[in-house]
Design a binder for this molecule. Structure first.
Ligand SMILES: C[S@@+](CC[C@H](N)C(=O)[O-])C[C@H]1O[C@@H](n2cnc3c(N)ncnc32)[C@H](O)[C@@H]1O
Length: 251
């Protein structure tokens, strides 16, 4: 799995039409959600930061941010992107199933953005991650998860998901994914077709991964089972559904 993202790292920003604009937009949207749900929160932990899309955007909004990811290459790039953005984020490599063992407790909000939890392929593994996220929080702290809405996705094989065309540094990239479902799971190949506009040379990069097409209702159920209170799905505040839950306060 981390191999998929290690290999994706140099191309990751191309998934977005304009990655820097996404960092700004997502930072604003997520900080508005955090302020509405857990007013006064200041200390955040991102347990699947990738190249820093949410972590950097939130650090730019003044939060103190620790961030980790399973992919060492993505974390390495996230450090460079944060330095270029002039923000300080405490990046490290960590499996979210060991988030508390690695980061300890005392965070106001723990987040996992852009459909990262469905990389864990069983309910048991997701529960392990959610329990670790809960343990990272102070009492009354919040958990914020953003997920693809799998109830709205077609099931089948040979499903093509276009991501569009990007150009940069004299190259054109055509991006698309192909999905093959097998029950509640699907295998995905992410294709980046790279064309050198000067020479016409073309090469294809293809990265493979597997996802659990878990519904948001099931994820909410697992969040409750892990010990979160007031678990809810929020629509319309972000480009994909947001699930929130709160660690119960001290009695
Ligand atoms: C779709 S990317 C999202 C990354 C980032 N949140 C963003 O929006 O740019 C999913 C991320 O989940 C990470 N990931 C997958 N399984 C993980 C695990 N067990 N622990 C920590 N990170 C994991 C991947 O390495 C990848 O960076």
């Amino acid at each position: 799995m981390s191999d998929f993202y290690d290999r994706l790292t140099p191309f990751y920003h191309l998934i977005h039409q304009d990655w820097h604009a996404s960092v700004e937009l997502q930072g604003g949207q997520l900080s508005a959600l955090i302020e509405a749900e857990w007013p006064g929160a200041g200390k955040l932990l991102d347990v699947s930061c990738g190249i820093g899309t949410q972590a950097i955007g939130l650090a730019r909004r003044g939060y103190s941010v620790a961030a980790s990811d399973l992919s060492a290459k993505e974390v390495e790039r996230a450090r460079r992107e944060a330095a270029a953005a002039g923000v300080d984020v405490a990046f490290s490599v960590c499996d979210m199933r060991r988030a508390h063992d690695h980061h300890g407790a005392g965070f106001d909000v723990v987040l996992s953005g852009d459909n990262s939890l469905p990389h864990l392929l069983t309910d048991d593994d997701i529960l392990v991650a959610l329990r670790q996220m809960l343990a990272c929080l102070s009492p009354d702290g919040g958990c914020l998860i953003t997920l693809r809405d799998y109830e709205r996705e077609e099931r089948g094989v040979n499903l093509v998901k276009p991501y569009g065309v990007r150009t940069e540094n004299g190259k054109r990239y055509l991006l698309f994914q192909v999905w093959d479902f097998e029950g509640e799971h699907y295998d995905l190949v992410f294709y980046f077709i790279e064309e050198d506009l000067a020479s016409g040379a073309v090469q294809t990069h293809a990265m493979r991964s597997r996802y659990y097409a878990i519904s948001t209702a099931k994820m909410c159920e697992l969040m409750r089972e892990a010990g979160f209170d007031d678990v809810r799905r929020i629509d319309g505040a972000f480009y994909q559904p947001v699930l929130v839950g709160t660690r119960p306060g001290l009695a």
